[in-house]
Ligand binder design. Sequence first.
Ligand code: CTP
Length: 402
Amino acid sequence: MSALTGKSVLLIIGGGIAAYKALELIRLLRGRGLAVKAIMTKAAHEFVTPLSVASLTGAKVHDHLFSLTDEIEMGHIELSRSADLLVVVPATADLMAKMAHGHADDLASTALLATDKPVLLAPAMNVRMWLNPATRRNADQLKRDGVLFIGPNDGEMACGEFGPGRMAEPIEIAAAIEKALTPQAKPLAGRKVMITAGPTREPIDPVRYISNHSSGKQGYALAEAAVVLGAQTMLISGPVDLPIPPGVGMIPVETAEEMLKACENELPCDIAIFCAAVADWRVARVATEKIKKAEGRAPSLAMVENPDILRTIATRTDKRPKLVVGFAAETEKVVEHAREKLAKKGCDVIIANDVSPESGVFGGDRNKVHVVSAQGVEIWPEMTKQEVARRLMDKLSELLPK
Ligand code: CTP
C-alpha cells in the first residue's frame, strides 16, 4: 500500500492544447492508488471530451457552477475541500490571472478560491504569454500565496515557437503531486532559527548613506527553507526589495548597530545564520543636517568600525545559539580564507562563496558555495539560491546538537 492510497486529487482541466495530457495524468494517478475527481473549464471541452475524462476517473465530471444536481450531490465548496490537493492541468495564462486576482466566475476559479487545500499548477502557454510581464506578475503573486508550480519546461510548442511555456510531462506532474501529498519531515519543529540578510545602511546625513549591493536573496531563501523544515524563523533584514516569505517573522533594520541589537533580542535561538552584508564601517558623527556642497571642497568623513555581529553572537558565553553559521564573501583562495574566518569569528560553519564580479553571485539568482566546518570542506556545484538554501537547511538540521 503506497502512502498515496486513500488520498484524492481534484483535477482542474484548463482550456489549452496540453489538456490532452491530463488524460495520461489521470491514468498515472489512478495507478498510484489516488482517487481523482475532475472539473473541466468551458474552454477545456474544446480539447478533451468529458466522456474520456469520466471514463478514466471513474467519476462524473463537474463543469457547471450552478448545477442543481451537483449542488444536491456535492456543493462546489465541498468539492474543493474534499480533495487533498487541487491540480490545474494545464494552468492557462487566463486561469493564473483569475487565481492571482481572486476571480470566481466559473466552477474552476470558484473551487480554487474556495479551497483550503494546497494547489499545484502545471502552466502551459505560448512562450510570449509566459514571458509577458502580466503573467510574470501573476506567477510571482501565486508563488507568494503559497501555490505550487511544476514547469513549464523549455521546448517546442504546438504553435511552432520554442522556449519556456511547454507543460511538464504527465510523469513529472505525477511526481510533483506525489511529493505534495507526502508529509514532509519537519526536523526543525520546535526550533528557532534567526537569519540576518541584505545590506546595512549607514547614514552620513539625513539624505545620504553608505551601503552595498547585497540583494538579500540568499538570506530570504534560507528563511523560506527554514520554515519548510518547521522552524520558528526570524529574518532580521536590511533594506531590500523582496517579499517576506510566508510564515517568517520579520524585523526590518537599517544600520549594523540596529541589526546587532535585533539579533540580541532574538536570543535564545537554536541556529543563527549571518547572511547579511554588514557595512564594516560607519560614519563617526552623522550630520544632523544635510551636508552642504562647498565649491572645491569635498568633506572628509571620519569612520569607525561597526560591531562584528557574527563574532559578537558566536563568542557569547551566555545564550550562544547552538549552531552559528557565517558567510564569507571571497574573490580568491576561497577555502583558505573561510578556514581563517571560522577560527577568527568563533562560528561553527562558514559558507564561503565566490563573489568575484565574473561569478555574478552578488544580486544574481545562482550561487556556488563551499561549506566549511570542523568536519571538513564540502564543495557544492553551482545551483539556484533556493536550492542552496534547501540543502543548507537540511545540512544544518543534521548538524544541530539534539
Ligand atoms: N558580519 C557581521 N557583522 C559585521 C561584518 C560581517 O555579522 N560587522 C558577518 C557577515 O554576515 C558574514 C560574515 O560576517 O556572515 C562575513 O565576514 P566578513 O569579515 O565581513 O568577511 P567578508 O565580508 O567575507 O569580507 P572580508 O574578507 O573583507 O573581511
